[in-house]
Design a protein around this ligand. Structure first.
Ligand SMILES: [Zn+2]
Length: 329
């Protein structure tokens, strides 16, 4: 059984498996975090599967599970009360910016730390496990989750909030598998659209018509590391522009990566793709295509000013995409 949320003693925080995954890779959960069930009167130990795997696809994704169903309390609605709340779908929400304290080393206690804004993107000090435990509930414990351990807390259907594009890509793959891309909705940049409308394959679209279209553009690409410690991506399929075909490029600078809290995951993912697939990858980027106004040789770039807005996956997801109803390219 896949469980959505857990409590972590390390941070006294209630979180989703996606959030646990981010915190783990931001080196804020320690090497062997422990999780327990959020169910009423329940303290079943949970495992977060795939926590240390840099890659993600339909088979490999973080989720919580218990070792045995008997570990749960009889009163635990997570283990025993599933199934009644399937209706009432709310759109997923993709937040363009994270809350300022999203990567604090420990949950906020009472009053906000005035220095938090400054230290946001700085490397956070390591703390030994169990020290300085926060007392209160984390205000962003799980994004939109009602905090607390109330009896019905685990059951209410509610929107999922995401900050890293990778989380949305994961939902895209799942909706594509489930053949409901056209019905499933997501709120992004203040607008609600369907997954189908939001995700666009660049292949052979007329780029001049798309310069104002902020969407999640995707396609196969080649990836390489740069001498400066960054990465360079070039799509392998082109946009159309008059008679030309233009393959967009993306540069990720070492400076931006070093300032990114989940850089360890980003680098592990990209390096793995280079090592195992010779840089052949599928890239997703939430951006507008950009072209220079007056240039003798036209070209297209995607600028990524927030590394939460790009996701790069290994070529194995092409198989997953092919095996679903819509073949993108
Ligand atoms: Zn339980």
């Amino acid at each position: 059984m896949s469980i959505e949320e857990a409590l972590t003693a390390e941070r006294n925080e209630r979180l989703t498996a996606e959030r646990a995954y981010e915190l783990y890779w931001a080196e804020l959960l320690g090497q062997a975090p422990t999780f327990t069930c959020v169910g009423h009167g329940c303290s079943a130990p949970l495992i977060c599967a795939c926590l240390d795997k840099p890659e993600q696809n339909l088979r490999i994704r973080p989720y919580f599970r218990s070792r045995r169903v008997e570990d749960h309390a009889a009163t635990c609605e997570v283990a025993h009360g599933k199934g009644e709340t399937k209706a009432e779908k709310r759109p997923d929400v993709f937040e363009a910016e994270r809350p300022a304290d999203h990567f604090r080393s420990l949950p906020a206690v009472s009053k906000p730390d005035p220095a938090a804004g400054e230290t946001l993107w700085e490397p956070l000090p390591r703390r030994s496990r169990g020290s300085g435990q926060g007392q209160g509930e984390h205000p962003i414990a799980d994004e939109s989750a009602p905090t607390g351990k109330g009896p019905a807390a685990g059951l209410k259907p509610r929107a999922s909030h995401y900050y890293r594009l990778s989380s949305l890509v994961q939902k895209f793959l799942e909706h594509r598998r489930d053949k409901d891309l056209a019905e499933a909705t997501v709120e992004i940049g203040g607008e609600t659209s369907t997954y189908e409308a939001l995700f666009r394959n660049i292949y052979r679209q007329k780029v001049a018509d798309q310069l104002n279209t902020r969407a999640i553009w995707w396609g196969t690409a080649s990836l390489r590391a740069t001498k400066e410690g960054g990465y360079y991506l070039r799509f392998s399929r082109p946009f159309r522009h008059e008679d030309a075909e233009l393959k967009p490029t993306i540069t990720l600078t070492a400076k931006d990566i070093d300032a990114y809290p989940v850089r360890k995951l980003l680098r592990a993912r990209l390096d793995k793709i280079i090592a195992e697939a010779d840089g052949y990858c599928v890239v997703f980027v939430w951006a507008k295509p950009w072209m220079p106004k007056d240039s003798e040789k036209p070209f297209v770039r995607f600028y990524v000013n927030n590394l939460d807005h790009i996701d790069v996956r290994g070529p194995e997801i092409l198989e997953e995409l092919k095996n679903t109803s819509r073949v993108g390219d």
